[in-house]
Ligand binder design. Structure first.
Ligand code: AP5
Length: 213
């Protein structure tokens, strides 16, 4: 599959991407995960990105395009890719279009995951993430078997640094201002697949039907 997963923070992009990778070996590329790993490592990229992320703001487009320009050239992308959290601004979408045209790669769809705001707020305040392998949990809908311990790797399951009430509210505002316009962008490109994302299983089914896998 060659898909973009669009949707507000907490819409379930990461959850759906992980379900889709198991279907045909497509790789999940999450700019959020790449940036969090860089912050944890203390790399140059991490140092540049950390303050934006903590405040719930977007990291500058140039940094993101440097990361993605390299990432999409890696071998594992040949089996397909699920772009999770990228693109997030119109300039990123335009740069991606140019990059894919150069590489001769065609997208199959930009999937817009629609979830009501009250559900999003509830999901974000109850999400927990493994700090080692990135597995996603939810204290209400999908808790780890042992509290605070990842079922998959035994790592520590924690709340993300951008999950304060203030940062969540900022991320939702930033989404509405800078990322929501991408829905119109991909509609014009003839790539939009709009789905109700209250159920992740239903999203996966809609995508499978759309791309024929
Ligand atoms: P990023 O990591 O991309 O965060 P996000 O877009 O805010 O998305 P989330 O990871 O919060 O949510 P999700 O949609 O993946 O939901 P999830 O599946 O976890 O970005 C973080 C930061 O990095 C940004 O703020 C920015 O600073 C920077 N950044 C990243 N990319 C960038 C870019 N391209 N440009 C500039 N800056 C960038 O699900 C949420 C919760 O709900 C979980 O607990 C899950 O278990 C639960 N859940 C999911 N689906 C369901 C369901 N169907 N039913 C019940 N519970 C569910």
């Amino acid at each position: 599959m060659r898909l973009i997963l669009l949707g507000a923070p907490g819409a379930g992009k990461g959850t759906v991407a992980k379900m889709l990778t198991a279907i045909d070996g497509s790789v999940q590329i999450s700019t959020g995960d790449i940036l969090r790993a860089a912050v944890k490592e203390g790399s140059e990229l991490g140092k540049k990105a950390e303050s934006y992320m903590k405040a719930g703001e977007l990291v500058p487009d140039e940094l993101i395009m440097d990361i993605m320009g390299e990432r999409l050239l890696e071998d594992d992308c040949k089996a397909g890719f699920l772009l999770d959290g990228f693109p997030r601004t119109i300039p990123q979408a335009e740069a991606l279009k140019e990059l894919l045209a150069k590489l001769g790669i065609e997208l199959q769809a930009a999937v817009n995951l629609n979830v009501p705001r009250e559900v999003i707020l509830d999901r974000l305040t109850t999400r927990r993430t493994c700090e080692d392998c990135g597995a996603i949990y939810n204290v209400k809908s999908n808790p780890p078997k042992v509290e605070g311990v990842c079922d998959k790797c035994g790592g520590k399951v924690v709340q993300r640094a951008d999950e304060t009430e203030e940062a969540i509210s900022k991320r939702l505002d930033v989404f509405n201002e800078q990322t929501a316009p991408l829905v119109g962008f991909y509609e014009k490109e003839g790539l939009l697949l709009d789905v109700n994302a209250t159920s992740s299983d239903a999203v996966v089914e809609a995508i499978r039907k759309h791309v024929g896998v």
